[in-house]
Ligand binder design. Sequence first.
Ligand SMILES: [Zn+2]
Length: 66
Amino acid sequence: MGDMGDDFREHKEYMKDRKEKEGIDCPGCRKVQPKRIPTRLLPGWKCKVCGYVRPKNNHNNNLTTH
Ligand SMILES: [Zn+2]
């Protein structure tokens, strides 16, 4: 039982770490609700508050499509 809890906590820590490194403050929230703390968005995430979708990172612009 305890193992599951630890995994969950590790996952939460991992996501928190990712959000701090890769996350951006939702630009939509700033426009819609300037007084609210913007949602932290990772690439490809959709904001539940304003509906803004952050594009995924396209660091490798593949010209060849399959
Ligand atoms: Zn938003």
